[in-house]
Design a protein around this ligand. Structure first.
Ligand SMILES: Cc1cc2nc3c(=O)[nH]c(=O)nc-3n(C[C@H](O)[C@H](O)[C@H](O)COP(=O)(O)OP(=O)(O)OC[C@H]3O[C@@H](n4cnc5c(N)ncnc54)[C@H](O)[C@@H]3O)c2cc1C
Length: 391
């Protein structure tokens, strides 16, 4: 087994690392950073910086102006980008746009690509992905999808209520998941300024790294022509898997970068702060926390790279990305929490970036499938296996 990265990937890693350190970290305290994420103005400035360095939307296909990175290359680049909460925004590789770009590259028609995907990949617009609904609609359980799309001539008429929709405020278009007559799910593309698409309110949340925050959307007789169906009618759940397996892995990559940053901040503090006559890190209680951080991050990195390799080899990667999601979201949480502890009062003050990372990262154990649901699916697969493993 060869863990050596290609020269191309190593060069890209160096380039992104330098970009984040020199251009993006200095902007972290920009006053245009709000509780609902960077403002549009700040986002545009960040995107322009990445564009000037040829580091924008690297995962998009070459036809859409990207570099069509492999999953392994993404693992390396996205981790570097995640080192700053503003990095993924700058490079146009943040959720939900990153996953939407990936899905549309694979499934959208040529006309849809020109109309919606190209401006998105160029960083000129933003998008959102609207699946989750308030009770009794879908959350952890996709089969509870209650938004309906009813055929009316050549159009579909969509009614429903969505919430927790990241980036919806300011997004120019949405991918909406709705139940169609065949009792299956279908994905629809729609501009967000159409009649029947209303952002009811923004939701206050712990995180502040997603432009446009999270919002509640009312779909009230939203009319969508059949040409704006993404892919085919009735294949929504299948496409959700096409989007989710790699999209949840890219979350792991970005959050690993954030955990690395928290660990670096904590290590710096442990090297320089004194307590009880020696360096903080020389106290075994602190040194062990740093050691545990590095072991957690190694485990996370290996699970991400393994899943990336499966996807690059043509596998579906569903099980691997599910496991990587649980390993990563729980591992990064331990790393960030230990880092807060090592930093003492600084760790919970807004003066240190680790406080922001702590708040930004918590949601990852819930979105892209709560960890309990991933464990449930894995347990089902284990129990369905033959009782005794054959030689
Ligand atoms: C920051 C953030 C961003 C998001 N962005 C988007 C977005 O852009 N678009 C979108 O459509 N959705 C988005 N979501 C919604 C997200 O996908 C849902 O929160 C998630 O699917 C869980 O659904 P729920 O919140 O309704 O939880 P529920 O389904 O109500 O479940 C609540 C909790 O119950 C537990 N649970 C559920 N089922 C089981 C089980 N079988 N066994 C054991 N425990 C279980 C889990 O701990 C779960 O967290 C976002 C969520 C967050 C937090």
């Amino acid at each position: 087994m060869n863990f050596e990265l290609s020269e191309d990937i190593k060069n890209l890693q160096t380039q992104v690392r330098r970009f984040i350190r020199e251009e993006i970290i200095p902007m972290e305290n920009d006053p245009r950073q709000t509780p609902h994420g960077p403002t549009e103005d700040l986002r545009s400035e960040l995107v322009a910086l990445a564009r000037s360095k040829d580091l924008l939307t690297l995962h998009a296909s070459t036809a859409m102006g990207g570099k069509g990175l492999s999953h392994v290359a993404k693992a390396v680049v996205f981790e570097e980008a995640g080192y700053s909460p503003l990095g993924p925004t700058a490079m146009n590789i943040h959720a939900p746009d990153e996953g939407n770009i990936h899905l549309m590259d694979l499934v959208a028609s040529d006309a849809q690509k020109e109309r919606w995907l190209r401006p998105l990949a160029e960083g000129r617009t933003r998008s959102c992905f609207a699946m989750t609904e308030p009770a009794p609609g879908t959350g952890s359980d996709p089969s509870m999808l209650s938004t309906t799309a009813v055929r009316d001539g050549d159009d579909f008429v969509i009614n429903g209520h969505k919430w927790l929709i990241t980036g919806v405020t300011g997004a120019s278009f949405a991918i909406i998941m709705a139940r169609t007559e065949d009792d299956n799910a279908t994905m629809f593309l729609t501009d967000t300024d159409k009649p029947g698409f209303t952002v009811e309110r923004m939701m206050d949340s712990m995180d502040s790294c997603f432009t446009g925050g999270h919002g509640v959307v009312r779909l009230d007789n939203l009319r969508v022509p059949k040409e704006d169906i993404l892919g085919e009618v009735g294949k929504g759940f299948r496409y959700a898997q096409v989007r989710l397996a790699p999209a949840r892995l890219t979350h792991c990559m970005r959050w690993l970068g954030a955990a690395q940053r928290a660990h670096d901040e904590a290590s710096h503090y442990a090297r320089n702060r004194q307590s009880f006559g020696k360096r903080l890190g020389d106290h075994q209680g602190v040194g062990f926390m740093l050691a545990d951080n590095e072991m957690d991050m190694l485990t996370i990195r290996l699970s991400i790279l393994h899943c990336a390799w499966v996807l690059d080899s043509g596998g579906r990667g569903n099980v691997e990305s599910s496991m990587a999601k649980v390993i990563s979201s729980e591992g990064i949480w331990r790393v960030i929490d230990r880092s807060v502890q090592i930093l003492g009062g600084q760790g919970v003050s807004g003066e240190n970036i680790v406080e922001r990372i702590f708040k930004d990262a918590r949601g990852f154990r819930i979105y892209d499938g709560p960890n309990e649901v991933h464990r449930m699916s894995l347990a089902k697969k284990i129990l369905a296996r033959e009782d005794i493993r054959q030689a």
